[in-house]
Design a protein. Structure first.
Length: 201
């Protein structure tokens, strides 16, 4: 049975010695709030939210190397280890269910990776005058790929007006145990992914 999480709640995913959970599908979703406009006004630009994963070490800092070594995103869909695979960019967030999905193989993660931070930012938010107050129904959910069952879900219910990025959640290692933390932290300036990466430098 799936667990509905609240902000700051942590749950165990894989306990020491367990052979249970191996491959996780991390689904992220959101809907755009319908924007009011006058009859003659041009149609507002779609809000392009991008989901990404930042790879950190035991010290909580991004692992060494360039952007493609420490991050999986629309410009780098597959980590060199093969352990993390992004299924591609959704430019509008339209439709039901997950808007973007990221596959994680816990067994294949490099030994120096102790935390995966899942973030969403609005591309070109400053230029387009967009922010997360214009987004609703945002969520992150974890699915056991082998059993095809949802493990947990975190619905982001706060008002993120003025924020252009959100640190949604993180999968992290404690000894031999893997856990998930529902974060839900808004970030004011995140119209480019490097702004979010810099939070962990």
């Amino acid at each position: 049975m799936s667990v509905n999480l609240v902000k700051g709640q942590k749950i165990s995913l894989v306990k020491p010695g367990s052979e249970g959970l191996k491959r996780i599908m991390v689904g992220l979703g959101w809907d755009e709030v319908e924007q009011k406009r006058s009859f003659f006004a041009p149609k507002p630009q779609d809000i392009d939210c991008d989901a990404s994963v930042i790879l950190c070490g035991a010290d909580g800092k991004v692992i060494n190397g360039g952007v493609n070594a420490c991050c999986v995103y629309f410009g780098n869909l597959r980590h060199a280890s093969g352990a993390i695979v992004h299924q591609g960019d959704n430019l509008t967030g339209s439709g039901e269910g997950d808007d973007e999905e990221i596959m994680v193989d816990l067994r294949a993660l490099p030994a120096d990776v102790d935390k995966l931070v899942f973030v969403v930012n609005i591309y070109d938010a400053n230029v387009r005058h967009q922010h997360f107050g214009m987004i609703r129904n945002a969520f992150i959910r974890l699915v056991d790929q082998d059993k095809r069952t949802e493990i947990c879900r975190y619905n982001l219910t706060e008002d993120y007006s003025g924020m252009t990025g959100v640190v949604v959640g993180e999968i992290y290692r404690r000894g031999e145990e893997w856990k998930f933390n529902a974060v839900g932290q808004g970030v004011a300036e995140a119209s480019r992914l490097d702004k979010l990466i810099n939070l962990y430098r």
